[in-house]
Design a protein around this ligand. Sequence first.
Ligand code: AGP
Length: 612
Amino acid sequence: MCGIVGYIGDRPAYPILIQGLKQLEYRGYDSAGVSLLGEGMSVFKKKGKVSELENHIGNKKLLATAGMGHTRWATHGEPNDINAHPHVSNNGHLVLIHNGIIENYAVLREALTREGYTFTSETDTEVFLNLIEAYQNKEKLSLADALSMALSQVVGAYAIVVADDRNPDVIVAARKQSPLVVGMGNDEYFIGSDATPIVRHTNKVIYLKDNEIAILDRNEGVTIKDSKNVVQKPHIEEISLRIEELEKGGYEHFMLKEIHQQPQTVSDCMRGRLNNQEGWVKLGGMEEYGGLFENAERIILAGCGTSWHAGLIGEYLFEDLARIPVEVEYASELRYRNPVIREGDIVMAISQSGETADTLAALEHVKGKGAMIYGVVNAVGSSIARLTDAGSYIHSGPEIGVASTKAFTGQVTLLSMAALWLGKRRGTISSSRYRTLISALARIPEQIAETLKVEDQIKYIASEMTAYNNSLYLGRGYNFPVALEGALKLKEISYIHAEGYPAAEMKHGPIALIDENMPVVVVATNQSAYDKILNNIQEVKARKGTVIAIVSNGAKEISKFADHVIEIPETAEPFSPLLSVIPTQLLSYHIASLRGCNVDQPRNLAKSVTVE
Ligand code: AGP
């Protein structure tokens, strides 16, 4: 997720752009850049935060009254000065910034290369920019028309701002699945990825719709066109949100915003990798090492905290669907053990930040022992991503809240696709099960959205749990790691001591803890172990414990015994964690909020543990 800002009017653009980028930095902070238009074009761009860009520009006198700015969350091409936006086209006249993913950029790049176009960066953005130039050159089109033609060729999601230094009175923007807002000032116009960089200048905005193009003309005003080039009547809204709220998209905390982003982020993780219509799953990084994966004797999943929990689910997935032995390792333990790593082993490192010191050290420890190292990472170009032989990015966008939520479901989504792909490749799942599971996985984003509707019920349950100082989370099978993850979420943001256990383990000790002061969250969506979980719930109730049960729609028996029943949609068992984790995320959030805890920056914690 990147930050986009644009301005055209009668004031110097640079201060407006740089201020806007600072407001948008929460969306991505791998690199930043600005381009100014008027008496030619200037472009300044730098790896790192917006402050790095400001230092790079120094006290240059920048008086141009039109321009654009971009703060990047890398998806294609690692964070560096060359891959930073804005990008300039081959003829040096067009400049563009982009938020989103052009899935078919490789094909477009090949075609443009054959036509003599050259590329300086690894980005999909630069490919798209030269496609616009190609249409301008071939068809002698206006910038807006050339953009429209180019957009008809791309597959993917985009929010784009483009300009031509031969006409500095016009800036053109377009969006599809990545938000863009136009700000309507007095004879000045603004563009933003959201309203954050705009509200300090005007509260009159137009939310661009998918496939719309906006032409911001200093003299003619704003024109909105649809994908058929038909002029649309702009719908101007007045917004009242305060700036600090806007950074969080109107949510009180980044964590809550990120919980609610999951339908989109899980969908983004699947984009271009899972095709339900044609019935296939593919991961470029794994295809590249297809033979190695197909003949692997073992997969070792390594990570820390939430990423380790994702690895535990990965173990169930790979062993269930691909019938390959899996070991899950705390990276901090793996790095200090003298592990037996053999040729033919595959070590998959799971990390949101890609900078966790223990995980990085574990990879360095095993790297020289003959295993293939694969990354499941969110942060593009991060140290772990760069250390691996290959990998798949989860495309969750920046995760600001210290408690990981959308990255967890992104990791589990990626591992689900990886296990499906490997099962198909190794012939360990039938074609019909493969097809059924693809359809089930494709539905997860909408089912997460459906699951989020239990939030009001969760708020009520949270109000009843806030006073407790202990809690148990129980689950079986695929939901055992969800019990661990739910317990981690609760303890790290509410400071309530919570433990996750395999439900069957209760009778081996923890049941001694059960009394009226011990709430027990039971993750009971499993179809396969339903009766067993029901017994566990009855054992807790028999000892006066309070039971909060997370069940799939229609689990009537459990409802007779649990004190609270949270019903969520049913999915194929291997993918149930993607839904059953949502109520545990919401529960921990609302309990912590009610306890007045600092949800986004809990005490003693850091977002990325880059030290031992
Ligand atoms: C999860 O909510 C925590 N913030 C923490 O356990 C985190 O998952 C762990 O530090 C690993 O971080 P990584 O995924 O960035 O490697």
